[in-house]
Design a protein. Structure first.
Length: 156
């Protein structure tokens, strides 16, 4: 075998390896993205927020006054995020409603929820989806320090 044929054979082999190892990963990533897009499209209630490692529910218990406890509980009991299949989501909390646009994106192996409103399209909010299934959705703002996470559960 001459050098030119050997080089062609080597290049063909390398492409075969790339295709054999790369395409299944691309297919798996696409499947993950499609499954997450289906799973997120429902109404989610805020179950808890972790701020710098401390649970919001724990913060309620240690609130300085009953008035503060009541207001903090209202945040949890009235927060609703409704992700719709048209790419919009409605956020409701304590009688206030806002509408945003949402999309999912894979950056490497990280699944991101991208949200934007009409007022600030240049700076969309990017949140890492740590977990998504039929029972819970766990989000963390991309680049946030520490354990700042939001736990959402489907509305019953």
């Amino acid at each position: 075998m001459n050098r030119q044929n050997f080089t062609r054979l080597l290049i063909t082999f390398c492409w075969a390896v790339v295709i054999a190892t790369g395409l299944p990963a691309i297919g798996q990533a696409q499947t993950l993205l499609e499954e997450a897009q289906k799973e997120i499209q429902k109404q989610w209630m805020l179950a808890d927020i972790t701020i710098e490692g401390q649970s919001f529910k724990q913060m309620i218990e240690t609130a300085p006054s009953e008035e503060e406890k009541k207001r903090m509980k209202q945040v949890l009991t009235t927060s609703l995020l409704h992700f719709k299949d048209d790419g919009t989501y409605v956020y409701k909390m304590m009688g206030v409603q806002e509408i945003f646009r949402w999309s999912l994106k894979l950056e490497g192996e990280t699944l991101l929820l991208i949200t934007e409103n009409n007022e600030d399209k240049e700076n969309p909010l990017k949140q890492v989806i740590h977990k998504i299934n039929s029972q819970e959705l766990v989000l963390q703002e991309l680049g946030s320090e520490g354990e700042n996470r939001m736990l959402l559960v489907p509305k019953q």
